[in-house]
Structure formats: C-alpha cells, structure tokens
Write a new protein. Structure first.
Lengths: 271, 425
C-alpha cells in the first residue's frame, strides 16, 4: 500500500468517525434537552469537541490528498462550513454560556455533515487560473462568516420559539428549557456582527482573487451576484438592528430568513 | 326556635372567567356593599372581595328562601340570571364552613399557599364587624378561620413552598429580560398587590422603581419606601419610554392604557421589550397590548399558568392541609350544635357536678368522718352548686333565650367555660 492510499484510507475513516461522533453528540444534547440532567451535557460537550478534532483531522488529510485547500467541491465546502460552525460555537462557548444552545447548534452541524456526505467525495482538480493563495483565504473567511451566521440562525430559531410561548401565554415545553429573550437577542447581535465582519472580509478578498485570476475586480457572474445579495441582506439587518432597533422577533425572523437564503445560494453557487 | 344556617355563595378564579368577575367585583368598596346588604334581612353577613374572588356569607333560618335573594345581590343586573348557577358556587352549613376554612388557609387560592388571602379576609372582617354586620355565629366562624389558617401554615409546608402571583411575574420577567439588574419598574396604582410585586422585583435587584398613582401623595409615600420616584397618571406615556416592567393594579373600572397609546412609544424605545403585568380586576390594561411586537402582557389569569408549574409539589402538602380543614370543620359543627339550649343546660350541669364530686372527694379523703357526717358534707356541696346554677339555668330557660338569641347562649357558654373543657361533649 502506498502512502497516498493509506492517507486516503485514513481520510475516509475519519469522515465516518466524524459522522458517528457528531451523531452521538447531537443525540446526547437532545437527551439533555429532554431530561435536563447535567452529566449528560458534559458528555455531549466532550463529544462535540471530539467531533471538532476529527473534523480538523479530516480537513488536514483531505488537504494532503487533494494537494490544495479542500474547499472547492460541494462536499468540501459544506464540510468546511460544518467545521466553521463547530469552531464558532466552541470559540463562543469560551466566553458565554447560553442555555441549551448546543442542542440546536449540534443539530445544524449534523445536518451540514449529512449534507456533505450526500455529495460526491470525488476529487475535482482545480482550474489552474484559480490556484492562488487567495482561494483558501477567501473561501475560508467566507465560510467562517457562514459559521457565525449559522449560530445566529440557531439563536434566531430559539428566540422565535421562546417568544411564541411567552406571547401566547401558554408556557409549555420550551419555556423552562430556553434562555431568556434578552440573552438570545444579544447572542444574535453578537453572531450577526462577527459574521458580517467576516462576510465583508470575504467579499474584499474575493474581489482581489478575481482581479488576480480574471484580471478584473467584478464580473457580475451569478456567484458574485448571489454573494452581493447576501451581503446586502445582512448589511440591512446590521444597520436596522443597531440604529432603528430591529430587534426581538423581527430581528430573529430576518436572521432565520437570511440564513435560509445563504443555504440556498450556497447550493446554487457551488454546484 | 328554628336552627340557623350558615350559607356561602361566591365566584372565584376557577368558577368564573375574568370578564364576569370584573362585573361582580365590588368597585364601590366594602362600606357601601355592606350597607346595601343590610336591606337583605340576613341575621349576620360578611363580604369578601379580592382580585380572585367575591364571596358572601350570611346566616339565615330558611336557606331556600334567602339563597336566590343573595344570588341576585351578588350578580345584580350585570350577568344574565340564567348563567348565575354556572358561574357561582353555593354552600350551606358544614360545606360553607369548610369552604371558608379552605379559602383562609389559602387552599383555594390561585397560588395555593400564598399568604395574602388571610390579610384580605381579616380586612373584610374588620369592615363587617365595624358596621355591625356580624354576630356570634360569624364572629366565631371568622376567628376560627384565622386560627385554621395559622394552624395549616405552621403544620404543613404549604406556605414555605408558596409562590405568589408576584413571584410568578418575576419568573416571567427573568425569561424576557434575563438579568433584571439594569431594568426599571413602573407601578401604576399603589395598592397592596403592587407593593408586594415591587418588593419581589427589588429582591431581584431591579435598578429603580417609579410609582404612578391618581393621588400623588400616596405615590410619594410608597416611592419613599422603595427609594424610588413618584409621578402622576398623566405622565404615564413619558415613563413608558424608559421603564421595562409595568405592574398595574389600580381600582379603576376603565382601561388606563390602550394599545394605541403604547404603539408609538415603541419607536422611541427602539423596540426594547416591555413587560406589562395587569393584576387589577377589573383590568387596567388593554388586552390588545399583547399584539404589539416586543410587548408582553400578562393578566391575573395568565399568571396562574406560570404558577401551575410548581403546583404538584404543593399538592402533597395540600392533602395534609385538607385534613386539618376537615378536622376543624367538624369541631366547629360540634360547637354550633352545642349552641342550643338543651345541650348547654346539660353541659352546665355536668360541669358543676364534676367539680362538686371531685372537690368533695378530695376533701373527704383527708378527713376522718362518720358516714352520716360524710353525707351531710356531700349534701352541702350539692346544694351550693344547685343554688349557684339556679339563676343561669333560669336565664337560659327564659323567653329571651328561647327566641333564639344565640349570643346569650354563647355568652353563658363563654362565662362558664363550656367550650374547651367538656370532655364528653
């Protein structure tokens, strides 16, 4: 067995391990959500951290097989997206704790990983024109932005669930399990701000990459237009949130809606 | 003499929706209601009105005749007479006593175990006795209800586990605002409930409290207690721009805030959430307020939902408390049965005989007397007690007592201490 096939083998095993561990973590988070027993949450966290380590390992071994940053095919991009979301969550947890946030994030991560597993794992060689240092920088930064926006999406969903219970005045299942509206709203603001900063950075690096690869800064191709639309959607949200006060329910709806657009365009743009 | 019956009718949070209770609630206060009740020809009567219940207790000889009159009094023209039965509950005699005990022990409260109800019953009783509406039967009954409440509180864990309406409101506020440390509270109306809510919120460390009241002096007085500020009702809109939690508990029969008043303020607030708590009956706040984005409105019935959550733990203690209520109801019934002439006479005689026999036998045991001397001493003691009892017995048998004036019998029983120490009664 050559070294190359060995790495490919390890790479594949890592992918299976990532799926299994994330599934276990997600299941543990769900059990914690239902039972609210603290020891289970610790297990869920360990599993999620384990999943992150395995995900990182997968990206590294994939890099070794492909020869360039594995971020260009649908499978690779969505996998990187999942990694970015997990990283964002873990970095976030460092500073804040938001009750039961992990349950929602782990479900999103699992969903993304399943999405990536459905796509072909074939290696598609990159066009020579696109090979540059700008590629990993631009795509990496954009996907990290999506990771934070993904967190905001989870926060937005939680906000809408909690808000609905409080508004209907029939307090049921989610009331005790979800954090306060204010905490969720702050979480949304924070993730939106960080996500938007990365998104802007991604736009700028994309423009430079385009200049290097095609000789022009902006070509109005579908991919660029989609990115611009997404950027504008979030720009409006940021502006309205921090000046007019589009917070609370409308803010959460916009965040959820914006992220759905992100998912759709991601799918459209990469395939 | 025919027996007197204690009867009770009422509406509460379980039997009647808020909209109907609002119409029944005595906005005119106890004084006027008690005066109007005077015309209803009951021997004794008592009215309790809180935000969760309105109850009438009266004493009559013919319950079949008096009950419809009292129902009419309670509902007036506000509610269609066909619906009266559905909304109200009616108890007589032992059931009425048990119900009152349950209410005073806070077993029938929206928030089981909350302590406010006893204070409210005491206040209502103070009015009733001040206007001479209560007699021996109700005096005894209400005093008994206070001691039942005390007993339940000390012998069961129902009070310690109690979460009052205001702490339910605090729980909700924390779900909306998270940390209450930088939040401001506005109290509209300076009633007792508002005070209690303010205390709870201060306990959670809210930043400041403002009190708005129709009479500014009361607002100032209450604000001073909480280190807050006072304002008049005209300044409400201005206040709502800056506060976060609003507790309204005025006695007003009209809405104080409409949703159209608040909607424009949300822009000024930059959509920061507002939490309205309406603990007034009739309601102070427009139910439409809840339709505004980032505004949350809870009235008393909604708060009960929140409270439901920790009800199960208290249910166990409630069973213990129910047993105490049953026991005390039985005791009261025994007392009431004794409140007729024949049992009183026999109790009096028994007590005298018992004292006579025990004292004589104690003395004779230490003396060395012949049988005939012994008999003479016994006779002496007996005739002294008989002479002593003659007048009280005569009084009991006289016309004035025969007419059924319980208070005289009650007096005799009290003077001779027949309540506590007849072991075989």
């Amino acid at each position: 067995m050559t070294q190359e096939t060995l790495i490919q083998e390890i790479n594949y095993l890592l992918f299976l391990a990532v799926l299994t561990v994330t599934l276990l973590s997600c299941a543990a988070y769900l059990v914690f959500f239902l039972s609210q027993k603290k020891p289970i949450r610790r297990w869920a966290r360990f599993l999620l951290i384990g999943s992150w380590i395995l995900q990182s390992g997968y990206i590294v071994t994939r890099y070794m097989t492909v020869g360039s940053t594995p971020i260009t095919t649908y499978h690779e991009a969505v996998f990187f997206f999942a990694w970015a979301t997990t990283s964002a969550y873990l970095s976030f947890r460092w500073r804040y704790t938001v009750r039961n946030f992990g349950t929602f994030v782990s479900m999103l991560v699992l969903g993304l990983l399943i999405g990536s597993s459905l796509a072909s794992r074939d290696i598609i060689p990159l066009e020579p024109a696109l090979q540059s240092l700008w590629l990993p920088v631009h795509a990496g930064i954009s996907l990290i932005a999506y990771g934070f926006l993904g967190l905001a999406f989870c926060g937005g969903l939680m906000y809408l669930l909690q808000e609905r219970e409080l508004k209907s005045r029939k307090l049921g299942y989610f009331f005790s399990r979800l954090p306060s509206l204010e905490a969720l709203d702050q979480l949304n603001s924070h993730c939106l701000a960080v996500g938007f900063a990365f998104l802007t950075l991604g736009m700028v690096t994309g423009i430079f990459w385009s200049k290097q690869a095609w000789g022009t800064y902006w070509r109005w191709n579908p991919k660029e237009v989609c990115s611009l639309i997404i950027w504008c959607i979030y720009l409006v949200q940021i502006h309205q949130r921090f000046t007019v006060g589009w917070r609370g329910r409308r803010g959460a709806q916009m965040i959820v809606g914006g992220f759905v657009v992100v998912l759709i365009t991601l799918w459209l743009v990469i395939t | 003499m025919s027996k007197k019956h204690i009867s009770l009718i009422g509406v509460n949070h379980k039997s009647t929706p808020l909209e109907v209770r609002e119409k029944v609630a005595l906005t005119s206060g106890y004084e006027e209601t008690l005066n109007r009740l005077r015309d209803e020809e009951a021997h004794e009567y008592y009215v309790l009105s809180t935000c969760n219940r309105v109850e009438l207790i009266w004493v009559s000889e013919d319950t079949a005749e008096s009950t419809p009159r009292m129902l009419r009094f309670l509902f007036g023209d506000a509610v269609d007479s066909a619906e009266w039965d559905g909304y109200s509950y009616i108890y007589h005699d032992r059931d009425a006593v048990a119900h009152l005990f349950k209410v005073s022990a806070s077993l029938d409260s929206l928030v089981v175990g909350e302590a406010q109800i006893l204070g409210q019953i005491k206040e209502a009783y103070r009015y009733a006795s001040q206007y001479g509406c209560t007699g021996p039967l109700l005096n005894k009954l209400l005093h008994k209800s206070f001691s039942v409440a005390k007993r339940v509180r000390s012998e069961t864990g129902i009070g310690s586990a109690a979460v009052s309406i205001s702490s339910a409101a605090v729980e909700l506020a924390r779900k909306i605002f998270g940390n209450l440390g930088d939040k401001k509270v506005l109290l509209i109306g300076a009633g007792e409930m508002a005070e209690l809510a303010a205390e709870h919120l201060l306990g959670q460390g809210v930043e400041g409290i403002t009190v708005a009241n129709r009479t500014l002096s009361r607002a100032v007085a209450l604000a001073k207690r909480f280190n807050g500020s006072a304002c008049s009702l005209e300044e409400l809109a201005e206040q709502i721009e800056t506060v976060d939690i609003i507790v309204s508990s005025t006695g007003s029969s009209e809405l104080i805030l409409r949703s159209d008043d608040v909607r424009p303020l949300m822009k000024v607030r930059k959509n920061r959430p507002l939490f309205f708590i309406d603990i007034a009956v009739p309601r102070d706040l427009d139910p439409e307020l809840n339709e505004i984005e980032n505004v949350f409105l809870y009235d008393i019935d909604d708060l009960s939902q929140v409270v439901q959550m920790n009800r199960s733990e208290r249910e166990k203690e409630a069973v213990k408390a129910e047993r105490i209520v049953e026991e005390e109801t039985l005791k009261f019934a025994q007392w009431q049965d004794g409140l007729t002439i024949t049992p009183t006479i026999s109790a009096l005689r028994k007590k005298a005989d018992r004292i006579c026999i025990s004292e004589v036998s104690r003395t004779l045991a230490r003396m060395n007397l012949s049988d005939s001397e012994r008999q003479k001493v016994e006779k002496l003691a007996q005739s002294i007690t008989a002479k002593m009892l003659h007048d009280p017995l005569q009084f009991l048998k006289s016309e004035s007592c025969r007419k059924g004036d319980d208070s005289k019998i009650d007096m005799v029983r009290t003077v001779f201490g027949l309540e506590n120490d007849d072991p075989d009664n």
